[in-house]
Write a protein that binds this ligand. Structure first.
Ligand code: NAP
Length: 481
């Protein structure tokens, strides 16, 4: 009787070959899994299903709660969403765990330095919320959405992962020096949650320096937790440190569902040639086994993989060149033949079960003690100079509770003049503040201001300026006092 049911998505391009290799190894290791083979990706887009994920696949995942998947192609330029992002968001797999370690006989400029680290990437928020608008015909906007709850979940998981894997240090990589509210929220939550893990050293690092340090001295890192976009880029960098995407596994973890997949894509140029390196998918399957509590099987397969690499007789083309490389199937067979053996020069880490944070199902409503409307930013499309715009906006705010504090162009204050010399585009933010002495405001007064502005210029976006617990919930423009 199978102990576990797993949804298996072979995927596109090299997917069926590398997934096939991993499945053969798991079956040979005697892991009691019943596979539900399902479709997603290119074939599904071709059938006209816009999400790339058909209802049967969603039903299977709802049943099994665990997925091993191959890469899915994202069609470029057709307006479809990525099927990968659909799956991650649909099942709220909020953390993407991407471990990399140095492998024997996989020569890189870093060989011998003992790289062994994990990037824990927030997986559903940030720019990947995918909320984009053309604000004017010439100016596009993407919303970077970061929630306190989203940060807390992923940060807590990173500390739990460090504990489960016997790691002693967690870095948090953000751009909080520039993006004080969004990236800053991740930093603040990290510093709070770190207090609960006194056994683990917690350190914040600016993400650009993190990239620099990863190239210079990667062995200093053990766990790096970061926001979605930062993590996307940093984790491709860390894959390259240990031999490339063929070696980089990942786990998408949520509180209900977990999806295991290689970091790499469908590598179309190798599709159907039986030459792709299946290590990344095998590594993902090993992560899945630990998630399922199959620690012995995970160690058995990881040892066999390490023995195969250590012996160095059967290595794939990405390591030794495609003219000499073993095929995907030969490599998988070699790992199967090595099941039960232990490597001589490297070791498998000792793992404890990962404690996935228990989540409150209630809607995360963060209530401040006080909130006060202190102004409004109105974004307009206008082919006027700030010197033309400013006096008009000042005049039309007369008799309202608002006064024009400043106008900015792509974040730089341009009115009242500051001496800045920006290259103007037709997209301005007009910041109106509530006049002194005016009491509590109603929306109707904001709408009246908007109506007046709208009589002169095309407004494209409005943002209320709130003070929360006495602290401004908005940032200043470059040059704004
Ligand atoms: P990619 O498929 O990851 O391939 C980029 C390069 O990485 C390949 O050309 C190859 O490098 C190397 N590579 C990747 N996997 C390998 C393996 N298993 N063995 C050996 N070498 C491997 O990235 P892409 O070409 O940008 O994307 C192709 C498609 O995949 C796109 O449609 C993309 O949207 C999709 N994608 C899906 C996922 C996912 O499902 N999670 C992730 C990323 C991309 P060399 O050329 O140097 O040999």
């Amino acid at each position: 009787m199978a102990k576990h049911r797993v949804t298996l998505i072979p995927g596109d391009g090299i997917g069926p070959e590398v997934i096939g290799a991993a499945r053969r190894i798991l079956d040979a290791a005697g892991v009691p899994i019943e596979w539900e083979v399902c479709e997603a990706g290119a074939s599904v887009f071709r059938k006209g299903i816009e999400s790339g994920v058909p209802p049967e696949t969603i039903d299977s995942i709802r049943r099994t709660r665990v997925v091993l998947k191959g890469p899915l192609e994202t069609p470029v330029g057709y307006g479809e969403k990525s099927a990968n992002v659909t799956l991650r968001k649909l099942f709220e797999t909020y953390a993407n765990i991407r471990p990399v370690r140095e492998y024997p006989n996989v020569k890189t400029p870093y060989s011998g330095r003992g790289i062994d680290l994990v990037v824990v990437r927030e997986n559903v928020e940030d720019l990947y919320a995918g909320i984009e608008h053309m604000q004017t015909p010439g100016v596009a906007q993407a919303l970077k959405l970061i929630s306190r709850k989203g940060c807390e979940k992923v940060v807590r998981l990173a500390f739990e992962l460090a504990r489960a894997e016997g790691r002693r240090r967690v870095h948090c990589a953000t751009k909080s020096n520039i993006l004080k509210l969004t990236e800053g929220m991740m930093k603040r939550v990290f510093e709070e949650v770190a207090q609960e893990y006194p056994d683990i050293e917690a350190q914040h690092i600016i993400v650009d320096n993190c990239a620099h340090q990863l190239v210079k001295r990667p062995e200093q890192f053990e766990v790096i937790v970061t926001t979605n976009m930062n993590g996307d880029i940093l984790s491709d960098l860390t894959s390259a440190l240990i031999g490339g995407l063929g070696f980089a596994p990942s786990a998408n973890i949520g509180s209900e569902v977990a999806i295991f997949e290689a970091v790499h894509g469908s590598a179309p140029k190798y599709a159907g040639k039986n030459v792709a390196n299946p290590t990344a998918v095998i590594g993902s399957a090993i992560l899945m086994l630990r998630y399922l509590g199959e620690f012995e099987a995970a160690e058995l397969i990881e040892n066999a993989l390490l023995v195969t690499l250590e012996e160095g007789k059967i290595l794939t083309g990405d390591v030794v060149g495609y003219d000499r490389g073993a095929s995907t199937t030969e490599y998988a067979e070699a790992i199967i033949a090595n099941l039960g053996r232990k490597p001589q020069t490297v070791q498998v880490r000792q793992y404890k079960p990962l404690q996935i944070p228990r989540l409150d199902k209630a809607i995360a409503w963060v209530r401040p003690h006080s909130r006060r409307l202190v102004g409004v930013d109105i974004f307009i499309e206008a082919d006027r100079t700030p010197q033309e715009l400013g006096p008009v906006l000042e005049r039309l705010s007369e008799g309202t509770p608002f006064w024009l504090k400043m106008i900015s162009n792509r974040g730089t204050k341009v009115y009242p003049p500051t001496g800045a010399m920006p290259d103007y585009v037709d997209h301005y933010r007009c910041r109106f503040l509530v006049r002194e002495g005016v009491g509590e405001l109603q929306d109707v007064e904001v709408l009246e201001l908007l109506r007046r502005v709208g009589e002169h210029y095309r407004w494209v976006h409005v943002e209320k300026l709130m003070e929360l617990d006495g602290v401004p919930g908005f940032t200043k423009a470059q040059g704004e006092d």
